[in-house]
Ligand binder design. Structure first.
Ligand SMILES: *Cc1c(COP(=O)(O)O)cnc(C)c1O
Ligand SMILES: [Zn+2]
Length: 421
């Protein structure tokens, strides 16, 4: 029995069969996968899911592929960390980090969407895969295309962080570095998708790509002991992740796997690229595209494909939207590092800084369950903190040199200082 009923236009409701389609032929609205939840309810339970693999594929009954996954089998099931020390600083007793900075294989949540899109691309019979990317998506497509034996083309803005460019070259993909911002890259790719018969994961396979993000939400609920949190703070680029986390939580409720979804979804962006948070804050109905100017390049999309739906998710859930300066992003990266030992990239810095802002404003109660979406790894965006980071203390290999350094740099503190005296 099929778990998918088809695809539905999010604007006019027209139904389509499961094919590599992404826009409605009637109104040009985006298409979304519709699941047969009655049929799925018959076969999934908390126990059946718990007995599945320790990857995103434990939720295969809720994902739109027909057979077994063929690409990205180890993706997902990342740690949900109780952030006690950061929580203490923010006066939150139940603050959690969903830590996709250690997702396999390329250290960002994008591995989830790509594992699903490439497994589906194989079912559709594609041999060439591609993407328009702000960085992490390119890494994930390149890596998993290599694993799956696809030919691949990744399109990126030419001014991307070195770490993200370098990894692509190692994975042996074809890297097209476009002189332009992401929105120009995306426009080019939309045209290329029409011309070449390639599977652009976030263009013509976008409905499948998007539903990979549902697993981020499923995992949070399961890891909390099958309950939906009170708040989730999500960094937004195209606006897909925030909408799909919420979709995922509501599916778990519809399937009877959790008892309610009290969750407020909060959108986080950098002030230098804030079309979604601006849409929410202004109360407008129509998104106004912006020209990105921020160090948070992985989420620098000025004209987000799912921006309207992201804002709707915030409104419907009763959440908020906030943006932060590049200085606050760097402070956020440092705060998470020094309190929880997690080194996140700029998008994670946005999440932490926005969470801090909302906490200070009293948006959360002390005992509420608050989850921060940490979606990428700091090793990929080192240049943003290089100029800013503390230097090591350089010494000679002898105790005198150590002692001099410890005294002059005031590095001897507490018990260590006393016993040395
Ligand atoms: C792509 C990305 C996001 C946002 O994803 P959307 O679904 O496009 O909103 C957040 N964090 C990181 C690190 C990303 O790479
Ligand atoms: Zn339509």
């Amino acid at each position: 029995m099929s778990k998918v009923l088809g695809m539905k236009c999010r604007e006019c409701g027209e139904m389509y069969p499961v094919e590599p389609l992404y826009v409605c032929e009637v109104c040009f609205g985006p298409l979304e996968i519709v699941y047969d939840l009655d049929s799925i309810r018959q076969r999934v339970s908390r126990e059946s899911i718990a007995a599945g693999p320790t990857s995103m594929w434990r939720y295969i009954d809720l994902l739109p592929i027909e057979g077994e996954p063929t690409v990205g089998k180890s993706v997902g099931w990342t740690p949900l960390v109780h952030a006690r020390r950061l929580g203490a600083e923010l006066s939150l007793n139940r603050l959690y980090i969903k830590n996709d900075s250690v997702n396999h294989p390329t250290l960002s949540f994008k591995d989830r969407v790509v594992a699903l899109a490439l497994s589906k691309a194989r079912e559709f019979g594609f041999e060439v895969v591609a993407c328009a990317s702000t960085g992490n998506l390119a890494n994930s497509v390149a890596s998993q295309a290599a694993e799956g034996g696809f030919q691949s083309y990744v399109f990126i803005p030419a001014d991307l962080e070195q770490g993200k460019i370098l990894a692509n070259l190692i994975y042996g993909t074809n890297v097209l570095a476009v002189s332009g911002n992401y929105d120009e890259v995306n426009r080019l790719c939309s045209e290329a998708a029409g011309r070449y018969g390639w599977a652009f994961v976030n263009i013509n396979l976008r409905p499948y790509y998007g539903d990979g993000s549902k697993t981020f939400g499923y995992e949070i609920a399961e890891q909390l002991g099958w309950r939906s949190p009170d708040h989730v703070i999500v960094p937004c680029a195209g606006g897909s992740l925030i909408s799909k986390i919420y979709k995922g939580l509501n599916e778990l409720f519809a399937l009877g796997l959790i008892s309610s979804v009290p969750t407020k979804m909060h959108a986080a962006q950098a002030t230098g690229c804030n079309p979604i948070t601006h849409l929410v804050k202004s109360g407008a109905q129509v998104l106004r595209p912006v020209k990105p100017n921020t160090i948070a390049k992985s989420i620098a999309i000025g004209n987000p494909a799912d921006g309207y739906f992201a804002a709707e998710t915030v409104r419907r859930s009763g959440g908020t939207a906030e943006d932060v300066s590049d200085e606050e992003v760097i402070e956020g990266i440092r705060l998470l590092g020094r309190t929880e030992g997690i080194f996140t990239e700029t998008a994670g810095g946005v999440t932490v800084a926005v969470t801090k802002k909302l906490a200070e404003r009293g948006v959360f109660d002390r005992e509420e369950v608050v989850v921060m979406a940490i979606t990428g790894n700091g090793l990929k965006t080192q240049e943003v903190i290089m100029g800013d980071a503390r230097r090591p203390t350089y010494i000679q290999p002898n105790l005198d040199s150590l002692e001099t350094a410890l005294r002059s740099e005031r590095l001897l503190t507490g018990a260590g200082f006393k016993s040395a005296l």
